[in-house]
Write a protein that binds this ligand. Structure first.
Ligand code: CDP
Length: 223
């Protein structure tokens, strides 16, 4: 079984994906982590600014090349130590992830790896993938597709609470601004934009807790 979950930033799609995978005995792949890992590598290569001035051909070339080199290692390691990096979920990496995610070369390099995971999941039972282009590009043939959204203010509040748990001192207004900016970038980019597909089941999680979202998704799957 293949389940595709797409949606806006901090909408609760990751929580749903993880819990669905647990309930169904499937494997879960957080595809956002791949782009975050690439972004972290980009920072290590010295791309310290979030300015995506890709009009400079040299910057673009060096940047794409360097990130591509690391992709194999990252994809092979998937949720290995890099996933534990405290920087990975930071605001800076979130914004940079959205920038690297709009580069066609990066997306292309990751497509096959994500499909392979879904086609041969370790559990052999199935896979739940969450991201932005899972239902549209990675697994258009998925058995079930979901699109998760919530009001921006509510998403910012939830992300703020998550950050607080990790002792981050991010302000809620800054988080809100970042989410809105990222959603805009993710849904207006040329390649694999985030969009609500006609064959996806839409859940607005604004007034729902994680258990309620899970129940709605399970009811849909069980018909
Ligand atoms: O957890 P959150 O919703 O904030 O973000 P994420 O799922 O970890 O994704 C971080 C960024 O990676 C997104 O804003 C997208 O730009 C990009 N991404 C993507 O383009 N395609 C995916 N399948 C997953 C993430």
């Amino acid at each position: 079984m293949k389940i595709a979950i797409d949606g806006t930033a901090a909408s609760g799609k990751g929580t749903l994906a993880k819990r669905l995978a647990e309930c169904l005995g499937c494997d879960y792949l957080d595809t956002g982590l791949l782009y975050r890992a690439v972004a972290l590598e980009a920072l290590r290569y010295g791309l310290s600014s979030l300015d995506d001035n890709f009009n400079d051909p040299l910057t673009k070339k060096l940047f794409e090349k360097s990130t591509r080199i690391e992709l194999t290692t990252i994809a092979l390691g998937l949720a290995l130590p890099i996933a534990d990096s405290p920087d990975l979920r930071s605001q800076k990496i979130s914004s940079l992830a959205a920038i690297v995610a709009s580069l066609p070369e990066i997306r292309q390099a990751l497509i096959e790896k994500q499909r392979n995971f879904a086609n041969s999941p370790p559990s052999k039972k199935g896979a739940v993938l969450d991201g932005r282009d899972i239902g549209s590009v990675i697994l258009p043939e998925a058995d079930f597709k979901f699109f998760i959204d919530a009001k921006p203010e509510i998403r910012a509040k939830r992300r703020f609470a998550e950050f607080k748990d990790t002792n981050s001192n991010q302000k809620q207004e800054t988080i809100l601004k970042d989410l809105i900016e990222r959603d805009k970038r993710d849904s207006t980019r040329q390649i694999a934009p985030l969009k609500l597909l006609t064959d996806a089941f839409f859940i607005d999680s604004s007034s729902l807790n994680a258990d309620e979202v899970l129940q709605i998704a399970l009811n849909y799957i069980n018909g």
